[in-house]
Design a protein around this ligand. Structure first.
Ligand SMILES: Cc1ncc(COP(=O)(O)O)c(C=O)c1O
Length: 400
């Protein structure tokens, strides 16, 4: 690395540290470009990207089909607002409905916004059918639903909530994967229950299928809507297009975001007709949501990841990766869990320390809590790349 490139790198890091609000602890290098499962920094170092922009870049970096869709649409039409029809928006909505339980879609721009919207749909549904007192929302321990106010109220972690009280009222919390705890808080005053089929930020915790089935039954008994937050675990990540399809339990509302537009900001609320029926013109909205540019890219993304051959490959590679992680012979690893290409590795040292060491070995991974490593590579990762990931991670553990 030349002095010039090091100076450039330091200059960028200094500017970010000086001018950007300090809500993130960024890694000490500057990413410049990417291709497939690899990203490259301004000093010329290559990293195998098993973070995928926090489970976003499902087709990796600079995928030729996404680049083609983006560049083609970029010269045609970017933004018109939701006051006008556009073809990519209409086609994407149809594709999402045809590949899921949903009859209708509401688009937005992020995961938190999708969950905020889902709560509004649920409150309106309950209000119109059962009156003004059916407003409670049930969420679970270790959940993560986003940083905006209602999503934050359903994200029960002191670190996230404490400085921002008072929170939006009306959210009850029960223990994740504990049916009796859920039954104790789900009554007739509940309008919605929100759960991640596989918790992401909270430690990569898959729900027990019986737990989700139990929530479905409780929601049916108490006329509440079941919301699956598939912002992180949806769109192929767990080996089925939608995570719920791998659990055999169907929600009333599903929220999606992260990989939806391959790395461009987009969120979506998928819902059944009876939910959609309660919202009318002007009752919810978003200026930017599902503009032609982002929708054109998302259409390609959803087409690619919904291919059964692609999904079978994700499932097989996920099983292979899990086996290979379990083979790493390190006393620092205490558990490996997850589904598909969404895996968590518990360690007996701070996850941040392992992650920093991984960076030095040319590997990008991220934490899910203080002592869990999260491995969420692009879904296009190859077996030789998985072998390389294991090789590099084994070396990191050997160094500890
Ligand atoms: C399950 C889940 N829901 C919601 C969110 C919030 O998404 P966003 O950061 O796009 O607002 C996240 C983000 O990590 C998530 O993992």
């Amino acid at each position: 690395m030349s002095t010039d490139t090091r100076n450039l790198t330091n200059d960028i890091i200094d500017r970010e540290q000086h001018y950007v609000a300090g809500t993130y602890a960024r890694a000490p290098f500057v990413l410049d470009h990417g291709q497939g499962c690899w990203v490259y920094d301004t000093d010329g170092n290559a990293y195998l990207d098993c973070a995928a922009g926090i489970a976003v870049n499902a087709l990796g970096h600079a995928h030729p089909d996404l680049v083609a869709a983006l560049t083609q649409q970029a010269g045609k039409l970017w933004h018109v607002s939701n006051l006008f029809h556009s073809a990519p928006h209409a086609r994407l909505a149809q594709k999402l409905c045809e590949t899921s339980f949903a009859d209708r879609v509401f688009f937005c721009n992020s995961g938190a916004e999708a969950n905020e919207g889902a709560f509004k749909f649920a409150r309106k549904w309950a209000h119109d059918h059962f009156g003004p007192d059916k407003t409670a929302i049930v969420a679970f321990t270790d959940a993560f639903h986003g940083r905006t106010f209602a999503a934050l109220a359903a994200t029960p972690r002191e670190k996230y909530q404490a400085p921002f009280r008072p929170l939006v009222p009306g959210v009850r919390v029960a223990a994740f994967n504990d049916f009796d705890a859920a039954a104790a808080v789900i009554g007739d005053d509940v309008c919605a229950v929100i759960v991640e089929p596989v918790q992401g930020e909270g430690g990569v915790n898959p729900a027990a299928p019986e737990f989700l089935a139990g929530l479905r039954a409780l929601c049916d008994r108490h006329n509440a809507l079941l919301i699956f937050d598939e912002v992180q675990c949806g769109l192929g990540r767990t080996g089925t297009l939608w995570a719920y399809q791998g659990f055999g339990v169907t929600p009333d509302i599903l929220t999606s975001a992260k990989p939806l537009a391959g790395g461009l900001p987009m969120g979506a609320i998928l819902m059944s007709q009876r939910v959609a029926d309660v919202m009318h013109v002007g009752e919810h909205g978003s200026t930017f949501a599902a503009g032609p540019l982002v929708s054109a890219v998302a259409e390609v993304l959803v087409t690619r990841v919904s291919d059964p051959v692609f999904l079978a490959d994700v499932k097989a590679k996920g099983e292979y990766l899990k086996e290979r992680l379990e083979e790493i012979n390190s006393p620092h690893i205490t558990a490996v869990r997850g589904k598909g290409l969404m895996l968590g590795v518990d360690v007996d040292t701070p996850a941040a320390q392992v992650i920093a060491a991984s960076h030095r070995r040319g590997l990008l991974i991220i934490p899910a809590g203080a002592n869990t490593l999260r491995i969420v590579p692009p879904l296009i990762i190859t077996r030789p790349e998985i072998d390389l990931l294991i090789e590099r991670l084994s070396a990191v553990f050997a160094d500890l």
